[in-house]
Design a protein around this ligand. Structure first.
Ligand code: NAD
Length: 290
């Protein structure tokens, strides 16, 4: 069994980006994060992304709004960022308060600055297999993990469990894409799938993007499968200082011995998401310089 090391692979990608940024002349690539409210996970994720950006020489700015921000104020601010030539990438951190439509906000971001890839134009471009698409960072990171670990996707059965806009659907689109990194036969499973275990057992490549700790058990995994665990779940653990630990959607200890390769949680898909965000930011910068 090979452990797919997302920390090492993301480090290699970040080093490539850092070298490219260092070689640029003029003002650096710049990304603006927009955060609404003080959701602790959002505060943590934006902080992490800013730290990595700084390390790569990418400028990042943070604009925060209170939970009470109006739809008009938020959309107005996005319009300002869209019009600002000094802003190459825009990322609106989800979740947003209930009175604001995430879809409307994501769709307001200019497609060429949409480094998260959630905008309808970029999702459409991905469907069209248009290389100019900004692809959602987590699924893009999954493909990089597979590619850099030498996992062949062409002709393989891939099962993606989860159908979200952010992970499941774009992961499936990438895996089915007519490309060396795709060409898989893809099934998307979800909460209404009948006999999930039987569907998962068909997978040569199993992507779990569910958000339920340990839902994927050993009986659901074929011998020799490659398993990509996207889940980030907190489980109580009195032995930890924080009182919890982070686990994936896969029952790692039981599943790993059956696998050809598997990603750990933490240290698998997570660090790749941030690396792909930096890659998208550099691409956005280059596109706007052209
Ligand atoms: P989501 O809640 O939007 O989607 C979850 C999907 O799982 C849904 O499509 C649902 O149909 C499916 N599902 C729920 N219960 C199921 C069940 N019992 N059987 C089969 N399918 C079921 O979540 P998301 O945004 O796609 O995120 C999924 C997980 O990945 C979460 O744990 C999230 O924290 C994590 N995540 C990790 C990263 C990362 O960087 N590693 C990035 C994004 C999301």
């Amino acid at each position: 069994m090979e452990l797919i090391d997302g920390n090492a692979i993301s480090r290699a990608i970040l080093d490539e980006i850092k070298a490219e940024v260092a070689a640029l002349s003029g003002p650096p690539p710049s990304v603006t994060f927009v955060r609404v409210g003080e959701d602790p996970a959002s505060v943590f994720y934006v902080g992490k992304k800013q730290k990595v950006a700084a390390e790569l020489g990418i400028e990042s700015r943070l604009q925060t709004f209170p939970e009470s921000v109006t739809r008009e104020e938020l959309l107005g601010f996005i319009d300002q960022l869209n019009a600002d030539p000094g802003v190459h990438g825009i990322l609106v951190q989800a979740p947003l308060p209930d009175h604001i439509s995430e879809r409307e906000v994501f769709n307001r971001v200019h497609p060429d600055k949409d480094v998260d890839g959630f905008n309808a134009t970029n999702v459409g471009r991905l469907c069209q297999e248009d290389p100019s698409a900004f692809v959602s960072c987590t699924p893009a990171g999954i493909i990089e993990l597979l590619q850099r670990s030498g996992v062949e996707t062409s002709g393989k059965n891939a099962v993606v469990v989860g159908r979200s806009l952010i992970v499941g659907k774009p992961a499936a689109l990438l895996l089915v894409m007519k490309a060396a990194t795709g060409n898989a036969t893809v099934t998307i499973a979800h909460s209404r799938t009948d006999d999930l275990a039987a569907v998962c057992r068909q997978a040569d490549i199993l992507v779990a993007a569910i958000g339920r700790a340990g839902l994927i058990t050993a009986d659901m995994v074929k011998e020799g499968a490659v398993v990509i665990d996207v889940g980030i779940n907190r489980v109580d653990d009195a032995t930890k200082k924080k009182g919890y630990r982070i686990v994936g959607d896969v029952d790692f200890d039981a599943v790993a011995p059956k696998c050809r390769a598997i990603t750990p949680v933490p240290g698998g898909v997570g660090p790749m998401t941030v690396a792909m965000l930096m890659k998208n930011t550099l691409s956005a910068y280059k596109r706007q310089q052209a």
